[in-house]
Design a protein around this ligand. Sequence first.
Ligand code: ZN
Ligand code: ZN
Length: 408
Amino acid sequence: MSLLEKYAKLAVRVGVNVQKGQTLLINVKAEHYEFARMLVKEAYAAGAKKVVVKYGDDIIGKEHAVHQDFETFTHVPKWVVAEYDDYLSQDLCRLSVYAPSPGLMADVDGTKLAAQAKAQGEALKAMREYTMANRGQWSLISLPTPEWATVVFPELPVAQAYEKLLSAILYASRVSEDGDPVVAWNEHNAVLAHQNQVLNDFNFKSLHFTNAKGTDIVVGLVNDHIWAGGEETSEGGHKFNPNMPTEESFTMPDRLNVNGRVYSTKPLNYNGKLIDEFWLDFKDGKVVDFDAKQEKETLEQLLNTDEGSRHIGEIALISHKSPISDLNILFYNTLFDENASCHMALGRAYPMNIKGGTEMSAEELLAHNSNDSINHEDFMFGSEDMKIVGLTHDGKEIAVFDQGNFVI
Ligand code: ZN
Ligand code: ZN
């Protein structure tokens, strides 16, 4: 079995964990058609009733963005919504093979891109809700493209850059020549489950983050929050891994109880634009001031998408010492970079991060201070000197992180 076949098997069996009789929807880049064939083969071997493959291409996407007028570009046809509704009427699971194109859209009108993202986000709301509430299993993995690889390793010839990025991805995903990645993931999931348990037992009221860069922020956690990370369980009772790789423990912040300033430590790739070296000031959970050395306008567009885009929906802890951060590569891909560093997300929260959340209505979630938005944009703010102090409900202060790493 080749390394890529091992990777495909891992994605289908452990990532999305396709069950007999399920429909699997795969989103993949056109250039990854050979890998897509491996996934389809493996999915049918796992008992899938039907596998749907949707190919995408960022270069064509850019042509659309440049040449279509505003109205055409932001229009979501009714049949697209109907198509997704049809998928949702089945016992559906989803697998996305993602490859970013950092900076590809740098010279494209940002308001047009933001309007299209918003229109699509609103039209396909039911699918987003299905995924974020874990109604069915879903998983996100990555494969390199030459364009992405040359952004990550600009000093290398393209073929070498591609190979180097592929090995880094496979290493971070625990796929190796000699080992069995399925076994490696079972062990890894057990470690993450233990870490979540320790955090859940403390049941912190808030977390205070400080570092030398200037971050000084207190993030309140909702009552009855749940720390999660690694393996999750779908509504149908099937285990799956939403992100491969993953190193994080994450939970639900209180959307109205975040105060202070946070400095980013890695660029944020949003709509093909790189927002870099930014800070956000929070007051009572809302971003009230901000600045960025690069793409400040794009950051502003992100924050102004809707009300929930100025509040956070996720807070995640990752030790500075982890396999991904040890690679010391800036991937320009949130799936990897977020696992090298503590992060938070502007926008929607995951309902499963609060007790009973997946059964709550949108209004009930909001009433529990869970954030809602069409966005969920993670950005990294962890650092090698990050200090985190947890405050318990009975007023005790507990050191959670020292010098960038877990100490509990
Ligand atoms: Zn996260
Ligand atoms: Zn996130």
